[in-house]
Ligand binder design. Structure first.
Ligand code: C2E
Ligand code: CA
Ligand code: CA
Ligand code: CA
Length: 275
């Protein structure tokens, strides 16, 4: 039994080794990705439930590598964060999203995800100012999405940065609300413009009453704090009806729109605007 145990351990170790090598190989490709122009942004519609109108898009990062094909952000963003590469990649995302949004015929908002690591970059505020200035995008059309992990350490410093960003006229959303340990306590520390209710709650709504109760409570909380609430990951008409009944103000999900190219987002806005 002992030998078998050791064998399993060795097998496990080899497995870890292979994983680390794979990660290291991704890292090497990731270091070249910006220079090789391998990144692109796709845009997912955000719909206002009171008017049914597309009022904005969330910019989502895609990495297309010649050898690897399309790599999911879930796979490469953690590596970009560990290596610090996320700072320059994040800057590219901000500049590109602002530039593309500024070219839309309709003044829809664009939401950009900020990694917690980007808050350790002392130039973050300057980068946002510069992205707005170069694109000509009105600050009120830019929304920055942060998760509570950004607020976990050095909360005071991060809150100060958020206040400076808000002072520019930029909007701030709390992403993946309810998945961390202290989402509620952070709502007290910073007045977010919007709460994005994590997809796990939306997905749970059909099967368990608890998920529906949580969505309702967060929607009410948002209303009383003067924050918008977006339900994420809505895929079915039943889910849409439910989140509407629970009082969410916005929806983002495959049902109301999959992530699409910048050109398709512009065309969608142009067709809606013409109505
Ligand atoms: P997120 O910020 O929570 O983004 C929402 C994710 O849910 C996106 O996945 C989106 O495509 C997906 N989604 C939207 N509606 C539905 C739906 O109805 N059903 C299902 N099953 N999924 C839906 P994506 O694009 O793969 O991004 C994954 C995560 O990667 C994002 O989660 C975000 O944390 C991160 N990410 C993406 N782009 C960026 C970026 O530019 N910067 C940073 N720092 N993180 C990013
Ligand atoms: Ca997000
Ligand atoms: Ca989210
Ligand atoms: Ca997420």
């Amino acid at each position: 039994a002992k030998a078998e145990g050791r064998g399993r351990f060795r097998f496990f170790e080899a497995d870890m080794d292979a994983q680390m090598q794979a990660r290291r190989a991704i890292e090497l490709d990731l270091r070249r990705a910006l220079a090789l122009k391998e990144f692109e942004l796709v845009y997912q519609p955000q719909v206002d439930l009171s008017t049914q109108a597309v009022v904005g898009f969330e910019a989502l990062l895609r990495w297309r590598n010649a050898r690897r094909g399309l790599i999911s952000p879930a796979e490469f963003i953690p590596i970009a964060e560990d290596t610090g590469l996320i700072v320059s990649i994040g800057e590219w995302v901000l500049r590109t999203a602002c530039r593309e949004a500024a070219s839309w015929s309709h003044p829809a908002e664009v939401a950009v995800n900020l990694s917690p690591i980007q808050f350790r970059d002392h130039k973050l505020v300057q980068t946002v100012i510069s992205a707005l200035a170069h694109s000509g995008l009105e600050p009120g059309r830019l929304e920055l999405e942060i998760t509570e992990s950004a607020l976990m350490d050095e909360t005071d410093t991060v809150v100060a940065t958020l206040k400076t960003l808000r002072g520019l006229g930029v909007r701030i959303s709390m992403d993946d609300f309810g998945t961390g340990y202290s989402s509620l306590s952070y709502l007290q520390k910073f007045p977010f413009d919007k709460i994005k209710i994590d997809q796990s709650f939306v997905r749970g709504m059909g099967d368990n009453a608890e998920a529906g109760a949580i969505v309702r409570a967060v929607a009410r909380l948002g209303t009383s704090l003067g924050m918008k609430t977006t339900a994420e990951g809505v895929e079915t008409q039943e889910q849409l009806d439910a989140i509407r009944a629970e009082g969410c103000s916005h929806v983002q999900g495959y049902l109301t729109g999959r992530p699409m190219s910048g050109a398709d987002a512009a065309a969608l806005l142009a067709s809606r605007g013409a109505k």
